[in-house]
Every structure is written in structure tokens, then in C-alpha cells.
Design a binder for this molecule. Sequence first.
Ligand code: SF4
Length: 359
Amino acid sequence: MMNRIGEINFKEIKRISPSQFYSMKNCAYKSLLAEAFDKKPLLPLSPNAYFGTVLHKILELIAKGVVKNEDDFNTEFDKQLKIVEEDLQENSFGFFVPLQKKLKNFGLKKIQLKRHLRNEPKQQANLGDINFYSERWFESEDKLIGGKVDLIIENNDNIEIIDFKTGAITKDCLDDEGELYSDVKEEYKEQLKLYAYLYFENTNRFPTSLSLVDLANQKFMVTFSEEECKIIYDEAKNLLKTTNNCISTKSFSVTPTEVNCKYCLYRPACSFFIRKLETDFSFNDVFGEIKDVKKFQNGNVSVFLQNGTRQLTIKNFNSEKFDELSYKRKKKISIYNLRKESTDFVYSVTDTTMIYEQI
Ligand code: SF4
């Protein structure tokens, strides 16, 4: 059965989380689609992202003091990996399983993660005057902003908020002189500042430092002022309100861009993006009417799409797709996660390719 998107029932977003803010700022429509589809992605994430959830869970368990030694680590790692892999199988993304075979840096990341074991157990432990709190939930009084802080260390007047990241924390930037330097990603800075204000609203005290810790246990500090935390906090609430207002007015202001859309997992439901595919061939996704389907001697299947005056060729579907695609001749479809071939307008299928019929 080819995937289809029926009518989209937009729902009000009740709460914005600090980790979601940046993405919502870039494309609020994506957040509305995510809510409408109960946060179930319409396309697979990269295998790295699924592995990232395993890594983050283990970091959380180390911080909580549940995973204390290598034996705990190995048991819990296998358990969390199994949960994610079973979930992938259930959601038709079984082609990523086993993750170990799909990821080049699986072993390295596991070793890096193990290094966090050297830290003391921290779950609400009390070491003299130092208190550690992991995975602590904070929300604003009006409940419009809420999220879990990975780790808080309170040491008398020093309060540190720490967020663990399993991917790159910094990105390369250019300064005014054109020199390359590395800086913490803006989305992470804003996330931490929102946590800082949430912490303040709940405890009446501001944290004294905000930091990010990566898989290699490197720490990156984020500078902040109380004023800027408040500004971002208000901005997040306003964004939530204006985004929800769009549902009743049905006036969505959406501008698909490569940066925003490339990794958006709701592309199949985004009419703005699909319209873009009618004229923009820079993506690894295509749209068009099925003109022809051919099966070759080796069993591979190609489908030929008409998009305006362009004919697009998509190669290397397996033979099982022949009947399904042939049956859909003259129908409009969109295909996601293709690989561009060296010849213009020719694409081939990857492990994560998905087809959606337009209705
Ligand atoms: S495809 Fe692009 S424009 Fe559409 S919801 Fe996703 S990010 Fe926004």
C-alpha cells in the first residue's frame, strides 16, 4: 500500500519545550504538522538520530546513578538498543536494524559514552553542600513552556544547568575578518537560556552557569544574562500563541528553504514543500505524475515521472514495487530520500526512500 496523507487535523500546541523552540522559530508549520500527526514522523530519521536516543538515555541513567559500573553499562546499553531497534521494526524502519551495522562510528561512540562512567553517581545525591538533580522537569506557571533539564548542580550560591548532547555542539562560523572559528550552536544556547528562566521562575534564583557536555565529556559554557533569558522566554510564549492562532485563521506563513526542509520529517504532509518540488530540483525528493514504469532483466524497476516539462527517472526500486507503481500510472506521487545520480533529473532509491501518493 502506498502511503497517503489524508485531511490534516491541526491541533493546538499546548506547550513548547526549550528543545523545540529553535525548530519552531524556523518553521512553525512543521511544529503544527508534528502535533497533527501526534509527533509520529512521516519519514525515517537518520540511523544516527535513533542511536542518539540510546546514547542520551544511557547518559541520563549514568547521571541518575542507575548505571554505576561497566556491567550496568553493558546491560543497559543492550537493553536500550533493543528497545530502539524493536521500535524501528514496528514502525517499518527495520532496514536500519541492526544499528551497529548501519553506523560507522557505533563502537567509538560506545567507548566515548563509557568514559562518562568515571563521574560519580549524581541522582539527587547529596555530597556535603553539593546537590545533583538529573532529569528534573520544570514548567512555567501558565504551563506554556516546559521541559526536563538533564542535570542541575547546586553548590551553595553556584548553580549549574547542564545539557548532554550526543552530536556536535559547535559549528564553524566566520568572524568579521573572515577568520574561521567554532561556536556553540545557536539552538543550544537558546535552549539553555530557556531552562535558565524556567529554573528562575520555579526557584526564584537564576543559575550561575549554563553548560553543554558532549559524548567525549567535553564541556562548553554558554554565556548569558538574565535579561536575554527573559527575552527568549517571552519570545517562546509569543511564538506559541501566534502559531496556535494560525490554526483558526488558516493563514500559515510558510517559506520552504533547503536548510529548514532538508531534514523535516513532515515533508510529505507539507503542501508548501510539495509545491516547491514542482520547480525546485535541488532536493533529494521529487514530485510528479507517473508516466511509465519499467522492469529490467535484473529485476530492478524504474519509474518515470512527469513534472511540468521535465521528465524524472527514479531507478533501482526492487521488483516488488512494479505492480504497485504500474497500478498508479497517471497518479501524482512524491518520493523522498532519493540519491541524485550524476545525470540531471535521474535519481536512485536508497534504504530510506518512501513514496507518498498525492490525493
Ligand atoms: S517541509 Fe519545510 S516548510 Fe514544510 S513544514 Fe517542513 S520545514 Fe516547514
